[in-house]
Write a protein that binds this ligand. Sequence first.
Ligand code: PAF
Length: 289
Amino acid sequence: MRRQDTPKLVATVARLREEIVAARRGKRAIGFVPTMGALHEGHLSLVRAARNECDYTVVSIFVNPSQFGPGEDFSKYPRTLEADLDLLAGCGVDLAFVPAGEEVYRPGHDTWVEVGAAAEPLDGQCRPGHFRGVATAVLKLLNMVQPDAAYFGQKDYQQALVIRRMAADLDLPTAIRVCPIVREPDGLAMSSRNRYLTPAARQRAIVLWKSLQLAGELVEQGERDARTIAARMREVIEIAEDARIDYVALVDSETLQPVETIAGPTLAALAVKIENTRLIDNCILKSEE
Ligand code: PAF
């Protein structure tokens, strides 16, 4: 039996619009957290940020097929609706929007959003078409919910940058908020994909955080050469014997272009497969000068 404070569950755009119109009539600011479900504390931190700033909170749960490439984990992506709704119960979420695939991509759908340079490097290279799928789904969801503010996690740093670019370029009225990474006690960034890891691989996955920590320490000690730092980061990751590195990158935190020297805010970003599970993580490195 579902608890009383469970959010209203809505599956169609038509019903969603009715609820949003009613919320707006009460002049309530609407906060929106788009998710693909398999919720964890990282998502709940976004919900809390939305609740702090807005009066009415919407969470969407939709595993967006268009952001998965051939051979990626779309079909095995964890779908845990009952547990997700239980987690949202008590968080003060007003509405959970859980559309079916054909509600979002109706027959004949043929319009796609392509963001430029921000979507090209890093995951744009490794997962061709990924950000086109993300941007299209996020724009559609923003149009459906029409929130005042939408909340994203910094763990998907490049995704947040792509969405900010899209929102600015397309004059979207929604404020895009980016919230800090939430980590497990041992430092592993929370991710729905962590649940794919066997206990032994989960232990090895800590090398991502260790390599980011090392990068921070090296910069604090005065190291400024990006190649040296990246090489040391790789050594830490390679301690996990099955780790396969997609990239270890030190890039400008706004343009995502590679840097040679750490001179301003620099993004250290990683994508690593551990036991075939692709994990990403990042941190901002700051030199004092
Ligand atoms: O970060 C995610 O979970 C997804 O990429 C998003 C933003 C919900 C779009 O499908």
